[in-house]
Design a protein around this ligand. Sequence first.
Ligand code: ADP
Ligand code: MG
Length: 312
Amino acid sequence: MSKRIVIALGGNALGTTLKEQFRAVRITAKAIVDLITEGNEVIITHGNGPQVGIINNAMTALTHEDAKQAITPLSVCGAMSEAYIGYDLQSALREELLRRDIHKPVCTLITQTVVDKDDPAFQNPTKPIGKFLTEEEAREVAAKTGYIMKEDAGRGWRRYVASPLPVSIVEAPCIKILSDGGAVVVACGGGGIPVVEEENHHLRGVGAVIDKDFASELMAELLDADMLILLTAVEKVAINFNKENEQWLSALTPDDADRYAAEGHFAPGSMLPKVQAAAKFARSKPGRRALITALEKAKDGIEGKTGTMFFQ
Ligand code: ADP
Ligand code: MG
């Protein structure tokens, strides 16, 4: 039976440099098209950490070269990263589909994600971005821009931004129309561009980053998907990860996931948001499932041969 699946790509699906990404998307496209050949409708999302970092550094460097060059807001850097990654993905997907004689339109949609301006995350920015600076340079940047600069694990000073929760996805109706119409859609890249709602329908881009696992989960709910697949670098979720009593899990109920999370089995910022997103989706409506597995195991995972499946 054909399903609507939201697939979230982790960092390993894209690599960290231009060259790596060009190669990685070809492998990624094969894994995704494998799922399309089974008759599934897929919507693809992805992370953007390294890419938005490169763009942000490049745009900042430009301001040093040319005094008239204004600072490019992080929200604009996010839009650039969505377009750049989407371009590589849509091009690799189109090629792989045609290679298998599948004629489906492919597109990327630049997506905005609404966050709450009163989200407590704004009081405690946790995500370091941009270049490492000396303390003196950092103080100068802070004075000039109002950015929050902090020490990053003994390696130097960096800008810190908040990671608020996604509240709604502005372009969700467009993504639905495209997907209903048979297109393969890449959307909500990097979790979407964070925006806050202001008066007169204005959406203001904010200097923050949205966790792509939480944004993918929200998108899967809004599109009434049957399945959310979070593709990453590990085949399964483990408890006692990297310890001698490590145990890989094939299935998890949302309640067990919550319990293991509270016991500290999943690393914050990496596996924890995935497990929380998967549990939330599995709980959101009867019949919905979420899968966490490795990129190259996506097809086996859907068939129940591997991965960690979340269901009620
Ligand atoms: P992505 O770019 O796909 O979001 P992350 O690095 O953020 O990848 O998260 C996936 C990583 O989380 C895995 O590669 C693994 O090293 C790590 N990890 C932390 N805790 C666990 C766990 N309990 N089980 C499996 N992997 C874990
Ligand atoms: Mg991650």
